[in-house]
Design a protein around this ligand. Sequence first.
Ligand SMILES: Cc1cc2nc3c(=O)[nH]c(=O)nc-3n(C[C@H](O)[C@H](O)[C@H](O)COP(=O)(O)O)c2cc1C
Length: 168
Amino acid sequence: MSIPTIPEASVEDPSRIYRRVLGHVPTSVAVVTAGTRSGPVGMTVGSFTSVSLEPPLVAFFVDKASTTWPRLYEASHFGVNILGQDQTALCKAFSRRSEDRFSEVDWTPSSRGVPLLNDAIVTLECTRYKIDLIGDHYQVVGRVESLELRATNPPLIFLQGTFLNLPA
Ligand SMILES: Cc1cc2nc3c(=O)[nH]c(=O)nc-3n(C[C@H](O)[C@H](O)[C@H](O)COP(=O)(O)O)c2cc1C
C-alpha cells in the first residue's frame, strides 16, 4: 500500500492561514502620530483598542520590525487619529515605507506637540503608559489625556484586505 502524498503547492503556509482567517475580523483604521526632534512621525494601525476606563487606557500593537516605531518611541506623548470611511488615502499615505508622510496631509500640533490630523473623526492624545514586547509586536499602552469627537460620519473599516463601506 502506498502512502498518499500531499502536493507541496496545496500546503498553505501557517502564517498565510493565520493572516487569511484573521482577515475576516474587521478592524478600525487609525494613524498613530508623535512629534519628534526630527519632525512629525506617524503610521497606520488596525490594532487600536480601548483597554481600561479607570485609568483611561488605550493600546495598539506595532511590529518590532517597524522602521517608524523607534522614532515614535522617542516621544513621551502620542496621538491616535481614527479615520473616517472617506479617508483611505490617509490610511495608505501612513502605511507606505519612507517618504514624508505628512507632506500632503492637513495636520495641527496640539499644545503637547502631538501632530493631530485635521480630518480624523476621533482624536486622542496619550501619555506613554506601558510598553511590552509580545511575540513579534510591541504592545503600546497609553493613558488618554484628552479626546475629541470631530465628526460623526462612519469610521473606515478594514476587512479581508480591503475597505468596507458602512451606510452613512
Ligand atoms: C489597514 C492597515 C492596518 C495596519 N495595522 C498595523 C498594525 O496594527 N501594526 C503595525 O505594526 N503595522 C500595521 N500596518 C502596517 C504599517 O502601517 C506599515 O507597514 C508601516 O507603517 C510601514 O512600515 P514602517 O513602520 O517601517 O514605516 C497596517 C497597515 C494597514 C494598511
